[in-house]
Design a protein around this ligand. Structure first.
Ligand code: PGA
Ligand code: ZN
Length: 424
């Protein structure tokens, strides 16, 4: 039984306040969870409650959310069975009472939801991935390493936010991670040799001020080859364009031009012809449903098209997208929707509808590694949690190493099968 719930304000990887929750069970178990935070957030995400008190942390404090945990959310679930996650999450949603979780804050609610799951797992003496996923949790995800950071995550002129190495040709997760890391180090020397800066962006990738987005892809190809791997078969490429960030008044401001969704789609077709891309996230903006539909019809059979700002891990928005035939993959961010239950529902809907799902961190992260366990729990076969640098990113990759070891012979690496539309 849940005996007590506490919360505090801690810092995330960008030095901004965030919520940490602790849950005490009547058997003495204590577990905590910390909440991540985005920079290129979608307009339809659940509400992140910040104090707005300019006298503290430039208004970004989360003391109101902390107070909501202590005064309202905790009391709403104290006495409930921690293993009844759906009952707990329903009680949290009801206690908040708003459709967007804006009264108590999705950051407050998520912290409680995840801390309860971790406490229940500990109480059952199970690792989190096993507790959440049951006996069938066994698929080790392909790590999508975001090694070049642009867009809202770096102060450069590169429009595309994330450039991924996708080491899907490896035999195990540990091997895939090593391939990606070796390539990451070669990429650094290549950028240096080319006269570009190798400072890091928010997610641990390099943030060079490259003259074009294609230049970034060229650097990745060069690094993969120099590291001794074959582009496409060993290590493929992926993008998170995060295009909502440069969409306004019906046009995409891309590489100094104003493009229509059709013109931007033409550009993606050229990229698909030239590079071994297996996945493109948010190629078009969160409101551009017609553009998304046309884009999906054109290239959806060739590449994974991931909806992040478009679906915001929201089962309703995803159902809408599925009905319209938009996209073919769901990006999964626990804080976009605010409870574990709704996150699992979104993944289940994606999978039952023939959509893939990719587990994801936020650009603002903490040492909390819950998403690594969730990726294995739901067998989604893909995770993006930054470059192999910065402890907030590496913590998740390291947790997956532990999980693969724990699964032993029971582990299956998702590999190329994770990207069913890969045809390069
Ligand atoms: P965010 O970026 O966490 O800053 O929203 C991540 C993403 O767009 O996938
Ligand atoms: Zn994204």
């Amino acid at each position: 039984l849940i005996e007590a719930v506490g919360a505090r304000e801690i810092l995330d990887s960008r030095g901004n306040p965030t919520v940490e929750v602790e849950v005490l069970l009547d058997d003495g178990i204590v577990q905590r969870a910390a909440v991540p935070s985005g920079a290129s957030t979608g307009a339809f995400e659940a509400y992140e409650l910040r104090d707005g008190d300019k006298g503290r942390y430039a208004g970004k404090g989360v003391l109101k959310a902390v107070e909501a945990v202590i005064d309202e959310l905790g009391p709403a679930i104290e006495g409930l069975e921690a293993s009844e996650q759906r009952v707990v999450d329903a009680a949290l949603i009801e206690a908040d009472g708003t459709p967007n979780k804006q009264r108590t804050g999705a950051n407050a609610i998520l912290g409680v939801s995840l801390a309860v799951a971790k406490a229940a797992a500990d109480s059952a003496d199970l690792p989190l991935f096993r507790y959440v996923g049951g006996p069938n949790a066994h698929v080790m995800p392909v790590p999508l390493l975001n090694v070049i950071n642009g867009g809202a995550h770096a102060d450069t002129g590169v429009d595309i936010q994330e450039f991924f190495l996708v080491p899907h040709g490896a035999d195990t997760y540990a091997e895939a991670l090593r391939w990606g890391v070796e390539t990451y180090h070669v990429l650094k020397s290549e950028l240096k040799a080319g006269g570009f800066a190798t400072g890091l962006g928010d997610e641990g990738g390099f943030a060079p001020d490259l003259p074009s987005n294609r230049e970034a892809l060229d650097f990745l190809l060069k690094a993969i080859e120099k590291a001794g791997f074959t582009p496409g078969t060993d290590i493929a490429l992926g993008l998170d364009v995060a295009s909502t960030e440069f969409f306004s008044d019906g046009a995409y401001a891309f590489e100094g031009k104003k493009l229509t969704s059709e013109q931007l789609t033409d550009y993606y077709v050229e990229l698909l012809d030239a590079y071994p891309l297996v996945t493109i996230e948010d190629p078009l903006a969160e409101d551009d449903w017609d553009g998304w539909k046309a884009l999906t019809d054109r290239i959806g059979s060739r590449v994974q098209l991931v909806g992040d700002d478009l679906f915001v891990t929201n089962p309703q928005r995803l159902a809408d997208g599925i009905a319209r035939g938009v996209g073919n993959s769901l990006l999964v961010k626990v804080n976009q929707i605010g409870t574990l239950t709704e996150t699992l529902d979104a993944v289940a809907l994606a999978h039952s509808s023939g959509y893939t799902a990719m587990m994801s961190h936020r650009s603002g992260e903490t040492e909390d590694t819950t998403i690594a366990d969730l990726a294995v729990a739901v067998n989604c076969g893909q995770i993006k949690t930054g470059a192999p640098a910065r402890s907030d990113r590496v913590a998740k990759y390291n947790q997956l190493l532990r999980i693969e070891e724990e699964l032993g012979a029971g582990a299956t690496f998702a590999g190329r099968g994770a990207f069913p539309r890969y045809t390069a």
